[in-house]
Design a protein around this ligand. Structure first.
Ligand SMILES: Cc1ncc(COP(=O)(O)O)c(C=O)c1O
Length: 385
């Protein structure tokens, strides 16, 4: 008897629905021009928004950290794995975010899992935007709290839920910049509701850290508001890997003691920690986001001029393609034309809301953007986008 027959059926079902995923393999760094299958392509879908993974100072810092601390941490932070390197990154993040303290996790995914499952419990209430990242969704499930998913950015619905709630502890969790839509959470209204109804506010600044706001700190900086729980990743504009949470000294102290995805896992590799530290220094000194926003404006103007509707407010710019087949074919054609992007299908986005997720980098040249627009113009005609 083959006990694994169900796998064949499941895989056939995934393929029949057009949802089968393959790994794309790039043969170069995350730079504006990459090599894939031996061809040069424009990279128009990276989260390396500031291009800092290739910055000489970031690379130098990572190499120096390997020379001093070695390639791996050798243990969890609470056992043998902690060094001054981690402490100094957390100090830097706290200073950058303007909070009392910070804590780093091995990934952004693990940060969300650890934070939410530690602070929320059975009997508590979590309000979560319907377009929040999968790691928030999974964290909510793990917490065993009651979860109310509200329509995207719908503050009147948040208020209705909060007004009816008698839960002892309440949390509103939202992405700062939404990862597949590129729009921004209505934080001032959310913070005001949090105050009025005694609900904690948690912002996931995975896509906003280093990019958004007057000081590039994130969504709260953009709106000049304060939230209790600032979460983000080191893996996007910060050119590394890892997740963080910044907040009050007590919050961080509590998470250090209760966040299971922090406690029961090996600390980040030293070069990743050093790279993130160097990236924050560069963001503060060189302000690379300025060039990113210039690129965003140029790109969006090009799309608008050719009649493509844009609802994005940021560097993430989805081009809506609708059904799964069109999404896959349009992304394939775009690659044939020399531009590498991602066709995004369910379950990442709702059925019928397929899209090509494009994103800008500060290091894209005007030529990169114009060449990308030329290719997009062709697929727009071909697929009636
Ligand atoms: C909004 C959001 N939160 C969290 C994460 C997870 O971050 P990481 O890739 O560092 O695990 C992502 C990553 O894609 C994200 O988009």
């Amino acid at each position: 008897m083959n006990k694994m027959n169900w796998l064949t059926e499941e895989l056939a079902d995934i393929k029949n629905k057009g949802l089968y995923r393959r790994l794309n393999t790039i043969e170069s760094a995350q730079t504006p021009r990459i090599i894939k299958d031996g061809r040069e392509l424009i990279l128009l879908s990276s989260n390396n928004y500031l291009g800092l993974t290739a910055h000489p100072e970031v690379k130098k810092a990572a190499i120096k950290a390997i020379e001093k601390y070695g390639s791996g941490a050798g243990g969890a932070r609470l056992t043998t794995g902690n060094t001054d390197l981690y402490n100094s990154l957390e100090e830097k993040i706290a200073k950058f975010k303007g909070t009392e303290d910070a804590l780093v996790f091995s990934t952004g995914y693990m940060a969300n899992i650890g934070i939410i499952s530690a602070i929320m419990d059975k009997g508590d209430l979590i309000l979560s935007d319907e377009l929040n990242h999968a790691s928030i969704i999974d964290a909510c499930r793990l917490s065993r709290a009651e979860v109310k998913v509200y329509p995207h950015r719908d503050v009147s619905c948040i208020e209705k839920i909060l007004r009816a709630s008698t839960h002892p502890k309440k949390l509103i969790a939202t992405d700062g910049i939404f990862s597949m839509d590129g729009d921004i959470a209505p934080l001032p209204e959310i913070v005001e509701l949090g105050e009025r109804y005694d609900a904690m506010v948690m912002v996931d600044d995975a896509h906003a850290t280093g990019v958004l706001g007057q000081h590039c700190i994130g969504a709260a900086d953009y709106f000049n508001v304060d939230v209790e729980i600032n979460m983000g990743t080191l893996s996007k504009a910060l050119a590394s890997t890892g997740g963080y949470v910044a907040g009050s000294r007590e919050l961080i102290d509590y998470l250090r003691n209760r966040a299971r995805s922090f406690i029961f896992t090996t600390a980040l590799p030293p070069p990743a920690v050093a790279a993130a530290k160097a990236a924050i220094d560069i963001i503060e000194k060189e302000k690379p986001a300025k060039k990113l926003w210039q690129n965003v404006a140029l790109y969006k103007k090009g799309l608008t001029d050719m009649g493509i509707n844009i609802s994005s407010e940021t560097q993430i710019v989805p081009i809506m393609t609708g059904d799964t087949r069109t999404t896959v074919e349009a992304a394939t054609e775009l690659e044939r034309l020399g531009v590498f992007t991602q066709g995004i299908r369910p379950p990442t986005v709702p059925e019928g809301r397929g899209r090509i997720r494009t994103s800008l980098m500060a290091t894209h040249s005007e030529q990169d953007i114009n060449d990308s627009l030329d290719a997009i113009r062709i697929i727009k005609e071909k697929f009636d986008i």
